[in-house]
Design a protein around this ligand. Structure first.
Ligand code: PLP
Length: 375
């Protein structure tokens, strides 16, 4: 008997396979298709010949922990203790998994905001806790009334994601004010703040839980070097949490992976001396603007995109098909693969919207827009 009977092939695999079968441009899965910074690959090339191939310390390579503390201070003016408040994880996915396993008991509730990335629910189910789904407003802002109503004395955790995958929405100061009020009213509640796109925001700067002293002692922030340095395949990220929470998370991490790939930890530690993470937002803003400009010739309606490398489009004026059927037809007949937004809702709520990933080479984006212009 399966412990997770409802889990099948993910939509990302389905659409990527369909793209391959029909030789379509794959704007479905969220990964960059352009080369990694040569300065980083040069560091790796040098490193592999050095003595960096044995287990790293359980919590992470100490110089990397130090540099993350410095980065956190530069980005959010928050001082964190590298020895006790930071843990290097095998991607954000492992950080989220370990946090849920460590801190949520059987029977407790965890609130998740839909549409959401697909790695939140499974760890909740595996600890026999209850996922409670709250739908975002139609413009993808948090529905505070519904979130407040969903939280009770049995709610252990709220998982938030800002900037947001799949919608590219970002939170406002007012959202964080309301989150603080909610945390104050619910002393048992802890917050997992998935901030993997923290350095990919456009007109507005990212607001982190680290900006909000009243949230610190209750929050676990989750970051991903995969997203920040175009190296999704490396599967390396980190969580920051107050010592009492992180101690518990480390207990799970110790027996899940023990420690993370040593070569990548040393490489990223060296790379952090020369890279400027603040360039990332500008880089992706150019891609967003380039793609949006080209898409002016297309009948799809593009929704606002404030951060991440995802662009949501509505096809309401074009077709009555389900978003899954429409996405398949775009792939097969027009040669561009996308993700239907309903895949990010457990009840498959269909708002006739699809998601494009614009973390692609400009020529790829231009060709995709040209094909979509035929719609
Ligand atoms: C919102 C969100 N959280 C977490 C992850 C997983 O990140 P990682 O590859 O570092 O595990 C992703 C990857 O797409 C994501 O979009």
């Amino acid at each position: 008997m399966s412990k997770l009977p409802h889990i099948g092939t993910s939509i990302f695999t389905v659409m990527s396979q369909l793209a391959a079968e029909h030789d379509a441009i794959n704007l479905s899965q969220g990964f960059p298709d352009f080369p990694v910074d040569e300065r980083l690959t040069d560091i790796v090339a040098q490193l592999v010949k050095k003595n960096v191939h044995q287990y790293a310390p359980m919590a992470g390579y100490p110089p990397l922990l130090e540099k993350i503390a410095t980065l956190t201070q530069e980005s959010y003016s928050r001082i964190v203790n590298p020895k006790t408040e930071i843990l290097i994880t095998a991607g954000a996915t492992e950080g989220i998994f370990a946090a849920v396993q460590a801190l949520v008991k059987a029977g407790e509730e965890v609130v998740i905001l839909d549409p959401c990335y697909d790695c939140y629910e499974t760890p909740i189910l595996l600890c026999n806790a209850k996922p409670v789904h709250v739908t975002l407003n139609n413009d993808f802002t948090p529905n505070w009334e519904a979130i407040t109503a969903a939280i009770n004395s049995n709610t252990r955790m709220l998982i938030i994601n800002n900037p947001h995958n799949p919608t590219g929405k970002t939170w406002t100061m007012e959202d964080y004010d309301l989150l603080e009020q909610l945390a104050k009213a619910n002393p048992n509640l802890i917050i997992v703040s998935d901030e993997v796109y923290e350095y990919i925001t456009f007109e507005k700067r990212h607001i982190s839980v680290h900006h909000r002293p009243k949230l610190w002692e209750r929050s676990i922030s989750v970051s991903s070097f995969g997203k920040s340095f175009h190296i999704t395949g490396w599967k390396i990220g980190y969580v920051i949490a107050p010592e009492p929470l992180l101690q518990e998370i480390k207990k799970v991490h110790q027996f899940l992976v023990f420690s993370v790939n040593s070569v990548s930890q040393v490489a990223i530690s060296e790379y952090l001396d020369i890279v400027n993470v603040n360039e990332l937002g500008k880089f992706y803003q150019q891609k967003r603007d380039f793609f949006r400009e080209l898409m002016k010739n297309c009948r799809l309606e593009l929704l606002p995109c404030e951060g991440t490398y995802f662009q949501v489009a509505s096809y309401r004026g074009i077709s009555e098909e389900s978003d899954l059927d429409f996405s398949k037809r775009l792939t097969i007949d027009y040669g561009v693969a996308t993700i239907p937004i309903s895949a990010f809702y457990p009840d498959r709520k269909d708002q006739k919207q699809i998601r494009f990933c614009f973390a692609k080479d400009n020529d790829t984006l231009a060709e995709a827009a040209r094909r979509l212009g035929k719609l």
